[in-house]
Write a protein that binds this ligand. Structure first.
Ligand SMILES: NC(=O)c1ccc[n+]([C@@H]2O[C@H](COP(=O)([O-])OP(=O)(O)OC[C@H]3O[C@@H](n4cnc5c(N)ncnc54)[C@H](OP(=O)(O)O)[C@@H]3O)[C@@H](O)[C@H]2O)c1
Length: 323
């Protein structure tokens, strides 16, 4: 038996695509889409803010034909909102909880077709955590997929206290989190990161000791070598030239070249991981980074995607308010 104290509509507003293509061409507004059905281990969430990620438009373009879900689909992985209803097997969450998370456990393996770019979405309780107390809904919605990718990638490299790391793409959604986690959670002794000229100060403000302007310097030509390189750009061939003997290179770019000994990984979403990181968010050591023009209203979702597709976003983009 599911429990509910408030009335939940059967229809909702949502952004939907029914064929693959560029977001500007295929993303359509629907005013009367079915509210997703709740499974016993899931909660129904009133979406307050939805964070966007490159995987959203890559799926829309049809980049993952072998593992994607059938269309139509509502895009959106990241959510922050309020629990409206809980399934019968849900133990740790209750109606009224303010939660955040990435609703797709395996991001490329048959992700949900009822994404977060809608008034309501559903997610398994084990993918969610309580919203950090100090953060607003927009800030919290910007975090889950990026921080999870940053944390798991760093774990897989074995980065340990006192080691050095270079972050390729330090100003992006994932890179801004990698810099902060490497410094404040993993205890790296030296954090270097790459970006274009205008973003170097941001890298330093996040904790980078060395900010490398990729428009002026090739990081692999610098004399300094690193224990770990976290590649968010797809530059593993260059990265392997900049590691110390026995160093590690992790790349998160899901397609393209992969040079030995670099390895690739795909995030597994987890609420427990968010709970583990919540103290670092709540004490302000790790901060959400939202692009200066990064909050778009629900009706501006196509413009938000166009901006994200440029690959020049600083930190994150969030859709808010949701109707
Ligand atoms: N494997 C996984 O599980 C996983 C998870 C998350 C993301 N990803 C993938 O990882 C990639 C990054 O994701 P994201 O969310 O961080 O993307 P993003 O936020 O869109 O990245 C944008 C940033 O990339 C920087 N950038 C672009 N080219 C660069 C270059 N040559 N050198 C240094 N920085 C550069 C830009 O800075 P400038 O303007 O200064 O160039 C911009 O700030 C995407 O391909 C995404 O699909 C994979």
């Amino acid at each position: 038996m599911e429990s509910s104290s408030c009335s939940i509509p059967s229809k909702m507003k949502a952004w939907v695509y029914s064929q693959h293509g560029k977001p500007a061409d295929v993303l359509k507004f629907e005013s009367s889409r079915d509210v997703p059905r709740l499974k016993e281990d899931q909660v129904l969430i009133k979406v307050v803010a939805a964070g966007l990620n490159p995987v959203d438009f890559k799926r829309m373009l049809g980049v993952f034909p072998d593992s994607d879900s059938p269309l139509p689909s509502v895009p959106g992985y990241d959510v922050c909102g309020v629990v409206l209803k809980v399934g019968s097997q849900v133990r740790s969450l209750k109606e009224g909880d303010e939660v955040y998370g990435n609703i797709n456990e395996k991001g490329l393996d048959h992700p949900k077709t009822s994404g977060t770019l809608a008034e309501f979405t559903v997610a398994e309780e084990n993918l969610l955590a309580l919203k950090p107390r100090n953060l607003g809904f927009v800030e919290a919605a910007s975090i889950p997929l990026a921080i999870g990718t940053a944390y798991q990638g760093l774990e897989k490299t074995g980065l340990s206290s006192g080691q050095s790391i270079l972050v390729l793409g330090g100003a992006g959604g994932v890179g801004t989190m990698v810099i902060q986690l490497a410094k404040h959670v993993f205890g790296a002794s030296k954090v270097a990161a790459t970006s274009s000229s205008a973003k170097l100060e941001l890298l330093k403000s996040l904790g980078a000791d060395l900010a490398i302007d990729y428009t002026k310097d090739n990081f692999e030509d610098l004399p300094e070598k690193f224990d770990v390189i976290y590649d968010t750009v797809g530059q593993s061939e260059r990265a392997v030239k900049a590691i110390k003997e026995g160093g590690k290179v992790v790349t998160i770019e899901p397609v393209g070249e992969l040079a030995e000994p670099a390895f690739r990984f795909i995030l597994t979403s987890s609420g427990a991981m968010l709970e583990k990181l919540n103290p670092f968010l709540e004490n302000g050591e790790v901060k959400p980074v939202i692009d200066p023009r990064g909050t778009f209203s629900f009706s501006q979702a196509p413009e938000a995607f166009s901006y994200l597709e440029t690959g020049r976003v600083t930190g994150k983009i969030v859709i808010h308010p949701i109707p």
